[in-house]
Design a protein around this ligand. Structure first.
Ligand code: NAP
Ligand code: LUD
Length: 314
């Protein structure tokens, strides 16, 4: 039976380390990192994530600036908001929660964010830096996945076969680049991929980011693989109750995997913890200070398998 990777506990530990770095930035440099989160519209799931981002930001000792805009907001109005946040010295990180209403061009909005404040790592400059192996801000979800993978396999992932299911700009592609930079042999798969089950069967690492409930079957998984389930799907059971499930058939996959992330309590909490870490990183970069938490290299050696140990980052 697989070890269940406790993303919630790892995320709490990472937030604790971020909090310690924030405290040091305040005392040594008189800087309080600030994160601005912009939500356009009232999607219930987005509201939950955005509230949680603000709360955890404040708990880590940072400033949180919340902006709620109606779903009738025009692209020009949103771009004007971003311009103001780019110019605001108290704001070190800017995040525009996705998805945006259909009438707004997402890339135009993302690319209007100052790349040094782009704590989502979605700006084309940060995407390009990641793709060419240069330091930049890295997307939170795949970065969290990498840390969870390293918590199981250690820092050296050289030569591992990694199969990523999904090729979105926010998860699949940056995940592939992170694992490629870590010397894995990476296969990116998507809706047109043939023989997905056979490709998965050769993978030491499987990352599923599809958005299809329990699509990845236990029999696709190689014995001893590490399985990271990014999917968040809200399904309705036959008795009418609602349940959150991932993209992986968890019980089946857990019979073969070495380690597997649950949904909820796996990748989701890591996304938010990595956002806080990116905000501190951004504040440091803007003030020419060397950041500490996971920067560089993307080491997990301060992030031991025991989530309860209180070791400080090295
Ligand atoms: P997305 O933009 O919808 O991309 C989904 C990807 O899955 C696409 O590349 C698509 O292929 C591929 N796909 C669809 N059906 C497939 C199939 N039958 N076989 C193989 N590939 C298939 O989604 P996303 O934004 O990456 O998110 C994926 C999931 O992760 C969602 O459930 C989302 O809610 C969740 N998520 C969770 C977090 C977190 O923090 N836990 C963060 C972000 C996203 P094509 O490119 O060919 O269409
Ligand atoms: N947009 C994200 N849109 C959606 N789950 C998140 C997320 C926490 N610009 C921008 O935060 O990084 C983003 N940047 N995203 N997501 C998804 C994606 C965005 C998803 C789940 C969770 C963030 C989370 O904490 C909990 C868990 O898995 O344990 C469960 C809570 C729940 O109801 O999903």
């Amino acid at each position: 039976m697989a070890t269940i990777i406790d993303g919630k506990a790892y995320a709490a530990k990472l937030r604790e380390q971020v909090g310690a770095e924030v405290a040091e930035l305040k005392t040594k440099h008189k800087i309080t990192p600030g994160l601005a989160v912009v939500l356009v519209g009232a999607d219930p799931a987005s509201e939950i994530y955005v509230n949680s981002k603000g709360k955890m930001c404040r708990e880590a000792g940072m400033e949180s600036f919340d902006f709620r805009m109606p779903d009738t907001t025009t692209e020009a109005e949103l771009l004007a908001k971003i311009k103001a946040l780019n110019e605001d010295k108290k704001v070190n990180g800017i995040l525009v929660q996705l998805p945006l209403p259909k009438h707004i061009n997402e890339s135009a909005v993302i690319n209007a964010i100052d790349p040094l404040k782009d704590v989502d790592g979605f700006h084309v400059i940060n995407a390009g830096k990641l793709a060419t192996g240069q330091q930049g801000l890295v997307p939170c979800t795949p970065f969290g996945c990498l840390l969870l993978i390293k918590s199981v396999l250690g820092d050296d992932l050289s030569g591992k076969n990694a199969v990523i299911i999904g090729r979105s700009n926010i998860v699949g592609k940056p995940m592939a680049n992170l694992l490629l930079n870590a010397n894995c042999t990476v296969t990116i798969t998507h809706s047109r991929t043939k023989n997905l089950a056979e490709l998965c069967a050769r993978a030491h690492i499987v990352v599923a980011a599809v958005g299809k409930p329990e699509m990845v079957k236990g029999e696709w998984i190689k014995n001893g693989a590490v399985v990271i389930d990014v999917g968040i799907n809200r399904i309705t059971l036959s008795d009418g109750s609602k349940k959150l499930v991932g993209d992986v058939a968890f019980a089946e996959a857990a019979e073969r995997a070495k380690a597997i992330t649950p949904v909820p309590g796996g990748v989701g909490p890591m996304t938010i913890a990595c956002l806080l870490s990116n905000t501190v990183k951004a504040a440091c970069l803007q003030h020419n200070i060397q950041p500490q938490v996971f920067y560089p290299p993307y080491s997990s050696d301060c992030f031991t398998i025991s989530p309860n140990s209180s070791s400080k980052p090295k």
